[in-house]
Ligand binder design. Structure first.
Ligand code: GLC
Length: 430
């Protein structure tokens, strides 16, 4: 498997590593920037981003940052950005962007090569996986802001009442337990996840496929699509069976992340698949409290438990004037410094990208997603890295959704994808 176990946290020397403050990483960037810059980013539910931007603006006389709210769906955000880049727009100086974008944006000359600014010494303080996912053509194009891994959220209180002391280990077990708890305690939904036709649906579909040993691209030759395997079919069949068995509502085929929050945190579901951020929403508004929920790695298929690797990074717009690019770089350094990453993790339950924070007692105590991270992050699988990934993603989104809804059988969906993805892969610049 092309699994990349990227959380290499061992290195003892790290514990005492110097704080990565602005002053410590000023090198390589050249001039100080100034002016007003706009950063693009989608939905941030905890308010932590807004707070940090306000603090930065107060502390910095020369640079003022404005946040332009981009679509919460990463697929729509991408489309909007691509249109702006094609028009060589410099409206956004800085992009808080998805881990799947660097290859495509770099290959098209839309974002700045940050290899000199984001020096090797700085990079060594970050988790290896997120840095690798910003590396394309031997250059580094983005700075990892927070990382993401798919997690299983469960109602610890309901499980206990039905006599379960542990979360499910396999997808089959999840189905059995969900059915039991739904029946015992009259809970509306057993399991909800992101099944809509968009990028999140691709991640969820790939988690099933990968957990049964299916893969999209040949690990030794990325021009070869190998998705057509009994393993991939088994994965999609398991996803589909969540609806067939009545464990998931038919409506999961229209759910993205925001639609997952209300049913689970509103108390209507036993299990949910979502990213770490959702934890910080528990206990807010009418939602159930953090004491009622727990988090575990996703259940295993025949090849083990797999979490889709997500994450967000800072990319600088190549069409922006140099002075704005320098100003953006100052803000990037601020945002990824230890103090700010810590605040972001504690308030928003995001997974930091600095290794040192995984040993920080305050972070570990208040953010269970970080405590779980070594386990969940050890089994992350990245999506295919390719300058034509967005085209591949559109096809996967369509077929995974068709299979989930029962409009295509898992065999048909996988067979169609083999052909479509192979012809897209052949268009990729080598
Ligand atoms: C999360 C992940 C991102 C992924 C998206 C899908 O935001 O961090 O990588 O593409 O979800 O909805």
């Amino acid at each position: 498997m092309s699994r990349r176990s990227f959380l290499k946290m061992g290195s003892a020397g790290l514990a005492g590593a110097a704080l990565l403050g602005s002053a410590a990483c000023g090198g390589g960037g050249g001039q100080q920037g100034s002016g007003e810059i706009t950063v693009g980013f989608g939905r941030e539910t905890s308010g932590a981003l807004e707070d940090l931007i306000n603090k930065f603006n107060k502390e910095n006389e020369n640079v003022t940052v404005t946040w332009r709210r981009m679509p919460s769906s990463t697929s729509q955000y991408f489309d909007q950005l691509r249109t702006e880049f094609q028009a060589q727009s410099a409206d956004l100086t800085l992009i808080g962007g998805d881990v799947i974008w660097p290859a495509q944006f770099a290959a098209n000359g839309y974002i700045v090569d940050l290899s000199d600014r984001f020096t090797e010494e700085m990079r060594s303080k970050f988790l290896e996986g997120p840095v690798l996912s910003n590396t394309y053509d031997d250059k580094v194009w983005g700075v990892p802001w927070f990382t993401d891994a798919g997690l299983l959220y469960y109602r610890a209180d309901l499980l206990e009442k039905s006599g379960y002391s542990e979360p499910p280990q396999t997808w089959e077990e999840l189905q059995e337990m969900a059915q039991q708890v739904m029946q015992d305690q009259n809970v509306k939904f057993g399991f909800i996840f992101q099944g809509a036709e968009y990028e999140g649906g691709v991640v969820d579909g790939l988690e099933y496929i990968n957990s049964y040993g299916g893969e999209v691209l040949d690990p030794n030759d990325a021009s070869q699509v190998i998705i057509d395997s009994p393993n991939s079919v088994e994965g999609l069949a398991m996803e589909r069976s969540m609806i067939e068995s009545g464990v998931a509502p038919q409506a999961v085929s229209t759910y993205a992340e925001p639609e997952t929050e209300a049913p689970f945190l509103g108390g209507d579901a036993v299990f949910a698949r979502n990213w770490p951020y959702m934890y910080s929403l528990a206990g807010t508004g009418d939602f159930i409290g953090q004491d009622q929920i727990a988090i575990a790695p996703l259940p295993a298929g025949s090849a083990g438990s797999v979490s889709g690797l997500g994450g967000w990074n800072f990319f600088i717009n190549a069409f922006a004037p140099e002075e704005s690019q320098n100003a953006a770089w100052e803000f990037v350094q601020y945002m990824v410094a230890e103090k700010q990453q810590k605040e972001f993790a504690i308030k928003g339950s995001y997974l930091p990208t600095l290794k040192s924070l995984y040993d920080d007692p305050e972070v570990k105590n208040s953010v269970p997603t970080v405590r779980l991270a070594p386990e969940a992050l050890a089994n992350t699988v990245p999506r295919p890295v390719s300058p034509v990934y967005s085209d591949m993603s559109l096809e996967m989104a369509e077929q995974f959704n068709a299979s989930l809804k029962g409009d295509a059988s898992p065999e048909e969906a996988i067979g169609t994808l083999q052909e479509q993805l192979q012809s897209i892969a052949e268009q990729a610049p080598s």
